[in-house]
Write a protein that binds this ligand. Structure first.
Ligand code: ATP
Ligand code: MG
Length: 357
């Protein structure tokens, strides 16, 4: 199965001639991609807004006030029955993996859910954005992977977002790709650690609702460890010309992992990032991705936003840096969509006749 190659070439063909910044036509293809201003449009699923029918301005105000007061948001999101372990991967660099990881994690935590971020990238960008110590030698994902340290010995809480916990990554992790090669069970060391930790948490009835693993931009042993440990993938796709190039390789790797290491792994969600509503190119890429991958693509696209890119330099996510910004609201909405997938899946399962289950 190599459907992604078709998608990639389709995008190349369709969009190559459309790199322009012209005013979009009256009936714009952009209508399929909700932006911050569309947050209460009818295209956002009914249930996603069931407890929040306010305007974007009111949402921005509510979010800013909640963050300033350090209280959870009014809107309730469903808790999954068991921890959802999501791998944020795309071997293409700079597509928004880390930005998506930290902002979705913070958004879910701000709704009162318990969230863990495992930083598995030697660059340590997620650790920076979440303001946790990650200087050389700080205990983190390197110790878990290479030295077999238990996860609860390295987990720290994000200072700005209650309920958000982090396994930091240090530069030590850069050597792990090589060191892992000679270790026993080199592809499944993270899974062992994650499963053991989740079992301990379940025993004391203090489970994480979500675990996100932020991967480096490669398909090496670090990413393979993440894919072996995860239940679902969250794939960020940048709305740019080369967006789908390399996606076929990622899908092929997923197939291999499913076959040999982790049969439960599936693509849970695709998130469109750095969406620039002024360009036809972004709309073209978004349409192609939606056509190819269907409902797994989240309806909310994340806009290109200066506030999102500024936030990490202050050791923050955009959700605390500028809670009322369009970027923050988009991440809140995308996270709500992600959380409601569970309800949709349960409803679909309940609707299916007994014999087909
Ligand atoms: P790497 O492959 O190096 O790990 P990545 O896939 O994790 O990269 P990010 O680090 O999240 O990508 O993002 C790449 C750059 O794009 C960063 O400078 C980030 O601040 C910026 N960026 C991400 N999302 C947005 C956005 N929606 N608007 C503006 N800038 C963004
Ligand atoms: Mg990154």
């Amino acid at each position: 199965m190599d459907t992604s190659t078709d998608a990639a070439s389709a995008v190349s063909r369709e969009t190559a001639t459309e790199v322009s910044r012209e005013t979009p036509p009256a009936v714009s293809p952009l209508t399929s991609v909700p932006r911050a201003a569309d947050l209460v449009s009818e295209r956002v699923p009914e249930h996603a807004l069931a407890s929040d029918r306010s305007t974007p301005l009111a949402q921005a105000t509510e979010h800013s006030l909640a963050v300033a007061a350090g209280r959870p948001l009014r809107r309730q999101l469903p808790r999954p029955a068991s921890s959802r372990v999501m791998v944020v991967a795309n071997q293409k660099g700079g597509v928004g993996k880390t930005t998506t990881t930290v902002n979705v994690a913070a958004a879910l935590a701000q709704h009162g859910l318990k969230v863990l971020v495992i930083d598995l990238d030697p660059q340590g960008n997620a650790s920076t954005a979440l303001a946790v110590e990650h200087g050389e030698g700080t205990p983190g994902s390197y110790q878990v992977l290479v030295e077999g340290t238990a996860m609860d010995e390295v987990i720290v809480e994000c200072p700005d977002v209650p309920g958000l916990f982090v396994v930091p990554a240090t530069i030590d992790l850069a050597g792990a790709e090589i060191e892992l090669v000679s270790l026993v069970a080199r592809e499944t060391r993270l899974r062992k650690a994650v499963d053991a930790h989740l079992a301990e948490c379940a025993e004391v009835e203090d489970s994480y609702d979500y675990v996100f693993i932020d991967c480096p931009p490669s398909l090496g042993l670090l990413t393979v460890n993440a894919l072996s440990a995860g239940h679902e993938m969250l794939i960020p796709i940048q709305c740019e010309y080369y967006a789908l190039e390399g996606l076929s390789q990622l899908l092929h790797t997923i197939e291999q992992i499913r076959e040999h290491l982790n049969p439960r792994l599936r693509v849970g969600a695709i998130m469109l990032t750095m969406y620039d509503a002024r360009t036809r190119l972004a709309a073209g890429v978004a349409d192609e991705v939606r056509e190819h991958f269907g409902t797994v693509v989240l309806k909310t696209a994340i806009p290109r936003s200066v506030r999102i890119s500024e936030a990490p330099s202050y050791g923050q996510t955009v959700l605390t840096y500028d809670p009322g910004s369009a970027g923050a609201l988009s991440y809140l909405e995308a996270s709500a969509e992600l959380a409601h997938q569970i309800t949709e899946q349960q409803e679909a399962q309940a609707a299916r006749p007994e014999e087909s289950r």
